[in-house]
Design a protein around this ligand. Sequence first.
Ligand SMILES: [Zn+2]
Length: 255
Amino acid sequence: MSLPVVEEAARELDISPDLLRKLRDPEIREALEKIVTDRSAGSTENDSGDDVPSDAQPEIDYAVALAEAFDRPATRSRVANNEVRGGAVSNPEVRRTLTHDAIIEDQAAEPLAQDRFRPVPRKVWEAKDSATRHFVEEQYGGRCQICDDTFHKRDGHPYFEALYLVARTKARWIDRPGNVLCLCATCCAKLQHGPVEVDDLMDQILSWRTAHEGGDAPQLTLWVCGAEVVVTFTEKHLLDLQEMVRSEQGGYSGE
Ligand SMILES: [Zn+2]
């Protein structure tokens, strides 16, 4: 196609001329056709594991969702550890030969990089609000609110996980500091995957007062993986969580 024709077609189709030119590549066309076919077959995938919104999404009740986040007891008793077998090699010669042969076989069967991925249609949630993450980094310098641990990454910044207590995909307004904890990787994983329980969550949150108001240290006490842990907050941070719960629930006055 000559240049003016491409430009005109692009305008007509409402896509960029550059993209239209790329469609000349048969591989790109094939990938696009597959996307269209998969989509019409009703296939959807998303990489986040988050819920995909339905058309009519009910309003979130933040206090209820928060209470659910802290009410996740173990669903079965601890699975017995599989017997740990020693890693000693009893016949090095045979094992080396078998290992070597297996590697050579895998290398010989290595596919081209372009054959190791396939395009899939996916829904992507809007980006997190970076101000939320900046807030907790600023408040704690990246230190874990449970164990105080962190380390400095190669780029000089502290490593921390900003864990959303209630999934931010439930509502945009809950993407704010009170809904996020600043944690190390281990404490974050325990909260996400281990049993988590708490006594009197709403009372702990709503009865707290700032030092200026004559209150106590800003902290919450939880049970994580069977151990009692104290989550330490800054006043600004716990106040934000408190107001989130309050703004949602007329009944939760905490007075
Ligand atoms: Zn920690």
